[in-house]
Design a binder for this molecule. Sequence first.
Ligand code: G5P
Length: 224
Amino acid sequence: MAKLFRAAIMGPPGSGKGTISQRIAQSFGLQYLSSGHFLREGIAAKTEAGLLVKTYVERSMLVPDHVMTRLMLPRLEQLSGHSWLLDGFPRTLGQALALNNLYQLDLVISLNIPYETLKERLSDRWIHPASGRVYNMGFNPPRVQGKDDITGEPLIQHDDDKPEALMARLRHYKDVAKPVIDLYKSQGILHSFSGTETDRIWPYINSLLSTKMHTQPSDTCQAQ
Ligand code: G5P
């Protein structure tokens, strides 16, 4: 049996984590779990967890580590037997260490995108709340303006994409991401990608994933 592949994608708000994760999930058949989408789903459904995290997400503040790990790690247990990709988790060193105690990641993708690019993108972003599908009115507009391509339901904008909230999210990101990036660097699994366009970064990520997923140790054994 092929070895399961476990990956995570990191990057500041608007760096294209969600867009690239959707492409990876489609191209490589990984189960895709977005922490932001998962939290917003709970908030919309008014679940107990949703009520607990609502104030943090609405203020663009990080949800405390003990809450995040309590929500995300059981979801990963449900995915045992599948290869998966995490988008937006882990975000802090505490979360990364908690994940590390249970799973060894094979690959971490880190996106480095200039601030001006992030600002432009987020002011133009629309979401289908039920599925988490992301559109950008310039880059990947929906077929019908304001409607989700699959369901035809209305698209919405996040409150935390406003410029002042965005600045706070970027500052937070830098501070908390550094020790996480250092950890994955020291484990030899970090791959960083810089640029201003997802379409130009994507071929490199696609090629990296193709190589990594086809050279997993147990795949190699199978082939021999
Ligand atoms: P999220 O949802 O994880 P963020 O802030 O990290 O939120 P976000 O905003 O969802 O990340 P992204 O996924 O990196 O951004 O980017 P995206 O959505 O794919 O792309 C952004 C926009 O740009 C889209 O409109 C897309 O179409 C467009 N785009 C992409 N590429 C290009 C391009 O090349 N060109 C152009 N022109 N456009 C492009 O987290 C939300 C909140 O949840 C909590 C926090 O409160 C957080 O603020 N949270 C956590 N708290 C604690 N710990 C965690 N692990 C948490 N995870 C979430």
